[in-house]
Design a protein around this ligand. Structure first.
Ligand SMILES: [Zn+2]
Length: 148
């Protein structure tokens, strides 16, 4: 997303729209673009620097760490913020900043049920562990009952 500095009026500029997904070529990482990037940002120039503030959202397809199924997750960046010094060129590309903030907001261990709108078919490791722990206790109790 290239910003032409000459197009920014003194009072700043509000931009709302969609752009091509900036997270291309991450398929090896298990991340696939599942739609366009949506942005809603304010920007302006102050003291020889460009600033931008706003929010981003980007739907991506991820693989669940538990059931390995693919699911669509919307990466949300509620407080996108950029402050970059201007060194002469008339355009500033915000795409690298957007890409970085989107990646920072990616879930480290994506689970398909994280948004609560589907049930993961994978094992829930914590519950499984609890079951293993409980079984010996119950067998001990059964033996106790038999003796009486
Ligand atoms: Zn799952």
């Amino acid at each position: 997303m290239k910003i032409h500095l000459k197009q920014i009026p003194p009072q700043g500029l509000h931009l709302d729209g969609d752009e091509d997904c900036p997270l291309q070529n991450l398929e090896a990482e298990g991340i696939r673009c599942a739609g366009q990037l949506h942005y809603s940002i304010d920007l302006g120039i102050a003291g020889g620097a460009l600033w931008a503030r706003g929010s981003l959202s980007q739907p991506v397809e991820l693989s669940c760490v538990s059931c390995l199924e693919k699911f669509v997750h919307e990466i949300k960046v509620p407080a996108f913020a950029v402050h970059t010094e201007l060194h002469g060129p008339e355009t500033v590309d915000l795409t690298p900043f957007m890409r970085e903030d989107l990646l920072l907001n990616l879930p480290a261990h994506p689970r398909c049920d994280r948004d609560g709108n589907r049930v993961c078919k994978g094992e829930k490791p914590e519950t499984a562990k609890e079951d293993l722990k409980r079984k010996p206790d119950w067998s001990a109790l059964d033996k106790l009952k038999l003796k009486r």
